[in-house]
Design a protein around this ligand. Structure first.
Ligand code: SF4
Length: 320
């Protein structure tokens, strides 16, 4: 095992007029070098906030972050500036995340300039050409602006910008959600090739289980700021023990029409994430909820080796 990132009891609360909104509530995970952890959940579950807090794009309320055996929970501004070389982000909305006034070479070259990594202009231009080639952008597009390009090419620029400083770790926040399915596959394949060639480690955030299955080694399912289930990708697609994960997987369209799976429809109100009471946050929508579910919050516990579930009745529901 070669751990790159360890996150322990991470919390991010936002102050609102009605109280504190628990966007990320006690999330822990370990990410091995060269691997991908998929974070899955509905929009509003806190997965994007989690990615931003891990990168220090917003401060954590509490919790511990350890990157390459160094505690980076509260880095100095200077250390954070250094860390950014190794910790980058790819955004969902490539259009909004790219400066419309900068052309492709300027966008990809900006991190190189900020960190002064090139000795001269010749090296700077060569490095930009190399990055564009790596992400599959033709050299003739160097002077093109984001609005002149399609979504797939814009996302390639975003990936190129993230790669510019040779990072070790990238948070990928819904990087293919805004793309057509055929382009999605191209970008996912590119990201997998880059990971293999550069030993990159990804935190891959998505609401799409088909996408996360394609790219992740392990998956953490989030529900309203808390972890619902965590295990390897292979295991999760065979055994889902949390009722919420079961519902998520039942919604994936299947190519094999002979294999029918009934879709589990979620009814009931969402629990408010503002000062949530100590209960299972999924209880109002859960078909298996009992009194205990409304009175105590289930801890994330292993129900089989390497397979953790936050449900009081996971064993009973699944006959374990
Ligand atoms: Fe459902 Fe209760 Fe399990 Fe929560 S703890 S998922 S409400 S059975």
């Amino acid at each position: 095992m070669n751990t790159l990132l360890h996150v322990a009891n991470l919390k991010k609360y936002f102050s609102t007029k009605s109280g504190r909104l628990h966007a990320v509530d006690d999330i822990s995970f370990t990410l091995e070098r060269g691997k991908t952890l998929g974070i899955v959940g509905e929009s509003g579950c806190g997965k994007s906030t989690l990615g931003r807090v891990v990168l220090h794009l917003m401060p954590a309320t509490s919790g511990t972050l350890v990157f390459e055996n160094e505690d980076i929970s509260a880095p100095t501004p200077q250390r954070l500036h250094e860390l950014r070389k190794n910790m980058q982000m790819i955004f969902q909305d490539s259009f909004a995340s790219l400066n419309p006034r900068q052309c492709v070479s300027e966008i990809i070259g900006e991190p190189l300039q900020i960190y002064k990594v090139c000795a001269n202009k010749h090296e700077y231009r060569a490095r930009i050409r190399e990055i564009m080639d790596t992400v599959g952008l033709a050299e003739r597009l160097s002077n093109a602006y984001p609005h002149e390009l399609d979504g797939g090419r814009r996302q390639r620029i975003g990936i190129g910008r993230a790669l510019a400083l040779n990072p070790k770790f990238i948070v990928c926040d819904e990087p293919v959600s805004a793309l057509d399915v055929s382009i999605q596959a191209q970008i996912l394949n590119l990201m997998q090739d880059l990971q293999r060639d550069r030993d990159l480690t990804y935190l891959f955030i998505t609401h799409d289980l088909s996408v996360v299955r394609h790219i992740s080694n392990t998956i953490l399912v989030m529900y309203l700021g808390v972890a619902a289930e965590k295990t390897t990708t292979e295991e999760l697609f065979i055994h889902q023990y949390h009722p919420y994960t079961k519902a998520l997987l039942s919604a994936i369209p299947r190519a094999n029409l002979q294999y029918k799976q009934e879709r589990i429809l979620l009814r009931g109100e969402l629990t408010s994430p503002i000062e949530p009471p100590p209960m299972c946050r999924f209880a109002p929508r859960c078909n298996y909820a009992k009194e205990k579910c409304f009175n105590s919050q289930p801890p994330l516990e292993d129900v089989s080796p390497g397979h953790a579930v936050a449900c009081h009745f996971a064993r009973e529901i699944n006959g374990l």
